[in-house]
Design a protein around this ligand. Structure first.
Ligand SMILES: Cc1cc2nc3c(=O)[nH]c(=O)nc-3n(C[C@H](O)[C@H](O)[C@H](O)COP(=O)(O)OP(=O)(O)OC[C@H]3O[C@@H](n4cnc5c(N)ncnc54)[C@H](O)[C@@H]3O)c2cc1C
Length: 373
């Protein structure tokens, strides 16, 4: 059968692998000119480890995982060290969790996908008409084609979701923060550390592929064009204007540079949907059930949802009702569990008040003492 996947990131690449594995003809359209690079290290954990094992890529993910880093200083708003963050506490601490850079996992997934899968970059779906015969797609370049199944793997701001299920505002819930990342320019002496003031985290990290800055900022929803990098940079500049210590001015300059590599900015949000399948259209990954960056479960859910959808659809011979029932039964309790993790992440990653920050730092000091030789 013919399957069209929109989006070539963690969910879309995993789905391409699974649908091709089950013998379907697969086309992937991706809006960007190639696989989108960038991102902080991400976690492959829980049920995704078994999914990766079945895809034959677990050993490679393990081989390319982030090696443990030296403990990182935790700074207050003046740049003075107040605690130490021992990353063993977060990363690769147990067999249930592999941390790997997003770019490496992207490449591993892309290399694993069958050469028979057709990738079309700088391509997207413009219109979608579902009927008993399948889904008639109009592409942005004017082409038209019919598919037995269309899979929206196009992220938090999914356009497949908008076209088939309705507006983003009906499904996406702001989780109270914005996140930004950028690769820091070579030739400057960057110090790995994490600076916190209430509601703002600025960190420099190097997971083996060069220094990278991350910002997490507490904020109510801001109306802006989420596809406009200049608007994103202006917002970020306002967040960073609160701190004038440590390397923050240089980090601010790096984020302001339109030529900087690895720039990423988005709201920290969750997607909640009562159903992920409608007619011959299915959503997976962040488009369907984003768990929010603070959960550490986004990539895991992307990989697992791709497998459960492809397996259910194939087992039920393309019957959408039976597919929806099986996919939902397998995935929904896990999604709920993963989405709940996000509430635990915020008080650790970006404490909201000075008291919460002091308590978090005391916990970091106690943990560092536990790991001390
Ligand atoms: C550049 C980048 C950096 C990221 N960095 C981090 C990070 O540091 N930490 C973290 O936890 N998560 C990060 N994420 C999100 C993380 O990848 C997802 O939460 C998770 O892996 C689920 O993946 P997904 O495939 O569902 O969505 P995404 O990874 O968001 O991928 C969606 C894909 O769909 C494409 N797309 C969007 N709209 C269209 C369209 N209309 N037509 C065709 N294609 C479209 C996008 O270009 C993208 O390739 C990042 C995502 C991106 C794109």
């Amino acid at each position: 059968m013919d399957v069209l996947i929109s989006g070539a990131s963690m969910a879309g690449l995993s789905a391409a692998w699974w649908f091709a594995h089950h013998g379907h003809r697969v086309t992937v359209v991706e809006r960007s000119e190639g696989l989108r690079p960038g991102g902080a290290p991400i976690d492959v954990r829980g049920r995704a480890l078994a999914t990766a094992q079945r895809m034959g890529i677990l050993a490679q993910i393990e081989a390319e995982k982030v090696r443990l880093l030296e403990p990182s200083p935790v700074l207050d708003g003046t740049g003075a060290q107040v605690a130490t963050l021992d990353l063993r506490w977060f990363a690769n601490e147990t067999d249930e969790d592999i941390e790997i850079t997003r770019d490496r996992l992207n490449r591993i997934l892309r290399d694993a996908v069958s050469p028979e899968v057709e990738f079309r970059f700088q391509a997207s779906i413009a219109s979608l008409a579902d009927s008993a015969q399948g889904v008639d797609i109009g592409f942005a370049d004017g082409r038209q084609a019919r598919y037995d199944l269309v899979v929206g793997a196009d992220g938090l701001h999914s356009s497949v979701r908008r076209l088939a299920f309705g507006p983003e505002a009906d499904y996406v819930r702001h989780f109270g923060h914005y996140v930004a990342l950028v690769d820091l320019p070579a030739g400057q002496d960057w110090h790995r550390a994490m600076l916190n003031v209430p509601g703002l985290t600025v960190a420099v990290r190097d997971a083996g592929d060069g220094p990278q800055a991350m910002v997490l900022a507490a904020s109510p929803v801001i109306e802006y064009d989420y596809r406009d990098p200049a608007a994103q940079r202006r917002l970020l500049d306002q967040f960073l204007a609160r701190v004038d210590a440590w390397q923050v001015p240089a980090i601010r300059a790096a984020f302001a540079d339109p030529a900087a590599q690895g720039f990423y900015f988005d709201s920290v949000s969750q997607t909640h949907m009562p159903q992920w399948i409608k007619g011959h259209v299915a959503l997976i990954g962040d488009a369907a059930h984003c768990a929010a960056l603070l959960s550490g479960m986004g990539t895991t859910l992307a990989m697992v949802s791709a497998e459960t959808l492809a397996t259910a659809w194939t087992a039920h011979g393309g019957d959408m009702q039976a597919t929806a029932a099986a996919h939902d039964a397998s995935l929904r309790p896990y999604v709920q569990q993963c989405q709940a993790f996000a509430s635990q992440g915020a008080p650790i990653m970006v404490p909201a008040t000075q008291q919460a920050l002091d308590e978090r730092n005391a916990m970091f000091r106690a943990t560092a003492a536990r790991f001390a030789p």
